[in-house]
Design a protein around this ligand. Structure first.
Ligand code: HEC
Length: 142
């Protein structure tokens, strides 16, 4: 009767094997949703800064159009032509980063008034970033 016992053993091993396999299957199925959910989260987190950036860009352009373009249309300066917003002029006048532009936007410089009140919270920084970006690409609109 040895072979019958071996046979029974084999059957019980197979049963355990199937049970474990089913458990793993269910585990993977559950994990699948967690996996898909995490992919969504990652995509969302990756696209978030870009969206915020796009909003800032629009805001920067708006602020510029509303408060700066009267004198600095397309990065020029209609009052003092040499003090324009093109990269060569900015560099020549020691304006090397968006922070310096933000300070000029809010506090003014020379005969130009500051626009702190009109630009609102962080508006100086946002418009400055936009100007800096335009200066990098020579004020050529896409
Ligand atoms: C009423 C006209 C006028 C407006 C509006 C104006 N500016 Fe000016 N801006 C000037 C004049 C004039 C100068 C030169 C000032 C000086 O050196 O005496 C200047 C200079 C600058 C400079 C220095 C440029 C350089 O090459 O030295 C920056 C940067 C600047 N403006 C940014 C801004 C920003 C940002 C705004 C909007 C928030 C703005 N300006 C709005 C008239 C204006």
């Amino acid at each position: 009767m040895k072979s019958a016992r071996t046979f029974q053993k084999l059957i019980s091993i197979t049963k355990i094997y199937i049970a474990i396999k089913n458990k793993i299957k269910i585990f993977i199925q559950k994990q699948k949703y967690i996996f898909i959910a995490s992919i969504f989260c990652i995509f969302f987190l990756i696209s978030l800064p870009e969206e915020l950036n796009a909003i800032d860009k629009d805001l920067g352009k708006n602020l510029f159009d509303n408060h700066c373009s009267g004198c600095h249309i397309n990065g020029t300066n209609i009052i003092r032509r040499s003090k324009n917003l093109k990269i060569s002029s900015l560099k020549k006048n020691g304006i090397d980063d968006p922070e310096t532009i933000a300070k000029i936007a809010s506090q003014g410089i020379g005969i130009m008034d500051g626009y702190e009140d009109q630009l609102g919270k962080n508006g100086d920084q946002i418009v400055a970033n936009w100007i800096w970006e335009q200066a990098q690409k020579a004020w050529v609109q896409e």
